[in-house]
Design a protein around this ligand. Structure first.
Ligand code: UD1
Length: 418
């Protein structure tokens, strides 16, 4: 089994470059299904989740051609309308093909693993919105199907929660809907703005992305476009935390401070020096950190995808910090792993109370999910001794070239097959 072996305690120095945002690339690849001519996406990161979404749309008949890190998607012919079980199981975001399939083909079927976490509740907002656009939804034992043989019709949709995926799926479904669709209480994440930018460059008419009201005027056809995806704010934030914890002076190239305001504000509150310019963000830290409270919220609040990494940082910050998770239930899987490294954390429902310790100690830990893995790498870089991180499949889903990039700023980290 592959592991990361990290020898902690080396300050980090130099420049590290952020790749394109995983969470923007995934819906944008799904959106290529809408175009009758090929689209090319530039500088696509080599991530497991990207391979999975490419496999999903290839299974629908889209021709996927790689040229270095640029990928061309030719959806001139779509030969299937069902996302198969083994691919949906690999990644929840596979569900993002439902909106574009419904728009382009008038039907979509997504295989669902019965009774598992991807069951009806986490997609209820998507399905309710598709129904509002005139689709008929059928929930089977192991699939969900949406049909709109006469095409979708624009409508007013109020999302009960500003779900990122539901907002993206509805935007894509509504591109061809007759008349006007208005999404209220829409998610405002930068990845949604990037999706709308891509769709508009293909000929869609979408206004208001980045605010909580998005208006879509249906069009008849979309043509392929060439697009460069925004930088990954979560990858950037992870490197900012790594440098803050291990100490040193690191410039995170391609990090957009506009997208990282809550993370930067909280790093400053923790006593870290952060300098922002148009090309990136510099972190200067001596490793002496102050306790800081965070509460995760939809954008522009503190991102839930940075919660685990930030909690890792509070474990060595002087004093007591509170970490509150409001976006997801059960997103504290990293707590048990951080405790193995000597962290002092108590969990009560959606709150974690962290008492800073002088130093974390290297241990054998498991990346139970993607951001847990990122948090453990940050912790390992700051800990005394050797940390071994297992279950790298989770980290590979979202971090492009992690080991090479971290080595470039002086980290003592290797990947081995034990
Ligand atoms: C996206 C991101 C993920 C991030 C999350 C929140 C991608 C590929 N993934 O996930 O990294 O952590 O946003 O910022 O972009 N919910 C429902 N019903 C629904 C939809 C969502 O109850 O129909 C709930 C979810 O269970 C969760 C909350 O809403 O508690 C937020 O989910 P959502 O914003 O939809 O996250 P994703 O789009 O899945």
């Amino acid at each position: 089994m592959e592991k990361l072996i990290i020898q902690g305690g080396t300050p980090l120095e130099g420049r590290i470059r952020v790749s394109s945002a995983k969470n923007a690339v995934l819906p944008i690849i799904a959106a290529t299904l809408l175009a009758s001519t090929p689209s090319t996406l530039l500088e696509i990161p080599d991530l497991e989740d990207v391979h999975t979404i490419c496999d999903v749309i290839a299974s629908l008949g889209v021709k996927v051609t790689k040229d270095g890190d640029n990928i061309t998607f030719d959806a001139s012919t779509i030969s299937a309308v069902e996302a198969p079980y083994d691919l949906v199981r690999r990644m929840r975001a596979s569900f993002l093909v439902m909106g574009p399939l419904l728009a382009r083909k008038g039907e979509a079927r997504i295989a669902l693993p019965g009774g598992c976490a991807i069951g009806s509740r986490p997609i209820d907002l998507h399905l309710k919105a598709f129904e509002a656009l005139g689709a008929t939804i059928t929930m089977g034992e192991d699939f969900v199907e949406a049909k709109a043989p006469e095409g979708l019709k624009g409508n007013l949709i109020y999302l009960d929660f500003p779900s990122v995926g539901a907002t993206e799926n509805v935007i894509m479904a509504a591109t061809f809907a007759e008349g006007k669709t208005i999404i209220e209480n829409a998610a405002e994440e930068p990845e949604i703005v990037d999706l709308a930018t891509f769709l508009n460059s293909m000929g869609a008419n979408i206004r208001g992305a980045g605010t909580d009201v998005i208006r879509i005027e249906g069009v008849k056809e979309l043509k392929g476009a060439v697009h460069t995806v925004i930088p990954d704010r979560i990858e950037a934030g992870t490197y900012l935390i790594a440098a803050a914890m291990a100490g040193g002076n690191v410039y995170v190239e391609n990090a957009l401070s506009e997208h990282l305001k809550p993370v930067v504000a909280k790093l400053k509150e923790a006593g870290v020096t952060v300098e922002e310019d148009i090309d990136g963000i510099r972190v200067i830290s001596d490793g002496n950190l102050k306790a800081t409270d965070i509460k995760t919220l939809p954008y522009p609040g503190f991102p839930t995808d940075m919660q685990a990494q930030f909690m890792a940082m509070t474990t060595i910050a002087k004093g007591k910090s509170t970490v509150m998770e409001t976006v997801f239930e059960n997103r504290f899987m990293h707590v048990g792993e951080l405790q193995k490294m000597g962290a002092s954390i108590e969990v009560d429902d959606r709150k974690a109370f962290v008492t800073g310790v002088d130093q974390l100690v290297g241990a054998e830990v498991e990346a139970t999910d993607l951001r847990c893995g990122a948090a453990l790498v940050c912790a390992g870089l700051a800990a005394k001794g050797v940390t071994k991180v297992g279950q790298l499949t989770h980290i590979d889903r979202g971090y492009d070239n992690l080991v090479t990039k971290l080595k470039g700023i002086g980290a003592n980290i290797v990947r081995v097959d034990e």
